[in-house]
Design a protein around this ligand. Structure first.
Ligand code: ACO
Length: 401
């Protein structure tokens, strides 16, 4: 076998950490998590306070700039965002190439990556003003592109962003307005969506943010970097969990079937996991899950919806939190356990759930991308490996194999 010590003798200390459970890839001043205590801070501010008092755009400003904006700073930021909400007319043609039943995450990833083709000339990643412009563009255009993905999938014409509306209202208007019906925006829906966006805006070095940083470390442009983050988010172990949770709750169907689901989740011969449960960092309640659970009851109450899936979810949480398997492994509901029930109540289809997450997380992704480019001496990300393949051997001609 190849002597790994000899092979890697010039690399200094070498660690093997599959899944990066105990390896910090970077220093960052954006988000702090204490997984044992269930604490989450954006730029030092507790998530509970931001959820109660802030709004998504203000929180995005905070993530990007490190401080809450003054009134003037906020109105400039909002003005800048509002003036970049349109997507290029040619991007609409791009959609026509997608199959009508393409997953919206596939269309979103491709469309965001294609922004590199629309704005390729004027982004110098080493220029602070250019980085800021890219951040504004991405935060502004994500809802427009996301709504287009949805409308294309149901065969409706795209709607232009109405810039006299606020960020979340504008998105709901682009998503849902039927040309023949008068515009009726529900304040409950807008408030709930804004809250979900705040809670999903950043979460330090998760898989998608680390992907954005890894791609960004090569000097790739911001649109390509964020598109990579979108594809990483899609998986069911990460942002795709919100879609998977709803499908799981629908599959369980009624509260009396919860026990069987918990039993299956504990069976190591069964691939079934309780989606929306467990987290790499939180070994306590995910603070976002607590806020969302409370919001779920409020939204359903205010909209007069009696969703039997909420009962299934509550019973599932209760059963798992009493079960030794989940207690010993410190598996608690995470941010995605209840979010799908709110999205469903707002009329957002299941396959759009991860797209919702992506709109919000764009603020965090681009804040990390900027931080990375502001850090002097940052190096390209390049993990190492432990080689387990064949020893050195000679090539064998095809007729002798
Ligand atoms: N259901 C049943 N068992 C679970 C679950 C679950 N949801 N999550 C973890 N476990 C078990 C594992 O089987 C393992 O058991 P073992 O020690 O007997 O082998 C133990 O708990 C530790 O789990 P790991 O997979 O090693 O934990 P890891 O930190 O690698 O994974 C993850 C975390 C991916 C979130 C995992 O808990 C999971 O798959 N959860 C379901 C998917 C989900 O909700 N993802 C969203 C996460 S939040 C977000 O990204 C937005």
């Amino acid at each position: 076998c190849i002597d790994i010590g000899t092979l890697y003798k010039d690399t200094g200390h070498f660690t093997y950490d599959p899944g990066y459970g105990s390896t910090a890839s970077t220093k960052s001043a954006i988000t702090y998590i204490d997984g044992d205590k269930g604490v989450l801070l954006y730029r030092g501010y507790p998530i509970e306070q931001l959820a109660e008092k802030s709004n998504f755009l203000e929180t995005s400003y905070l993530l990007l700039n490190g401080e809450l904006p003054t009134k003037d700073q906020f109105s400039t930021f909002e003005h800048d965002i509002t003036h970049h909400t349109m997507m290029h007319e040619s991007l609409k043609d791009f959609f026509k190439g997608f199959h009508h039943d393409a997953h919206p995450m596939a269309m979103l990833a491709a469309s965001v990556a294609s922004l590199s083709a629309f704005y390729h000339d004027d982004i110098d990643v080493d220029n602070a003003d250019d980085r800021k412009l890219a951040a504004i563009r991405l935060i502004a255009k994500m809802p427009t592109i996301a709504a287009a993905c949805y409308r294309y999938s149901i065969g409706w014409p795209f709607r232009y962003p109405r810039n006299n509306l606020e960020y979340v209202d504008r998105f709901l208007h682009m998503m849902f307005e039927v040309p023949s019906e008068p515009l009726e925006l529900s304040p409950v829906a807008a408030k709930a969506l804004d809250l979900l966006f705040i809670l999903h805006a950043d979460h330090e070095q998760n898989a998608s943010t680390s992907t954005v940083r890894l791609v960004g470390s090569t000097g790739a442009n911001p649109y390509a970097s964020i598109a990579a983050g979108i594809t990483a988010l899609w998986g069911p172990a990460h942002g795709g969990a919100n879609e998977a949770v709803l499908e799981m709750l629908q599959e369980i169907g009624t509260a009396d079937k919860v026990e069987t689901a918990v039993k299956r989740a504990k069976d190591k011969n069964d691939n079934f996991r309780l989606m929306g449960f467990g987290h790499r960092v939180y070994k306590n309640f995910d603070p976002r899950a607590k806020i969302i659970r409370e919001m779920t009851h409020k939204v359903l109450g205010e909209l007069g919806i009696n969703d039997p899936l909420l009962e299934v979810a509550m019973k599932l949480e209760e059963a798992a939190l009493k079960d030794d398997y989940f207690v010993e492994r410190k598996l608690y509901p995470n941010v995605d356990f209840y979010s799908g029930i709110i999205y469903k109540a707002l009329g957002i289809p299941t396959e759009m759930f991860t797209v919702m997450f992506a709109i919000a997380r764009t603020a965090g992704w681009i804040a990390h991308w900027i931080e990375q480019h502001e850090t002097p001496g940052a190096r390209i990300g390049r993990p190492r490996q432990i080689y387990t393949g064949a020893d050195v051997r000679d090539y064998v001609a095809a007729d002798k194999r």
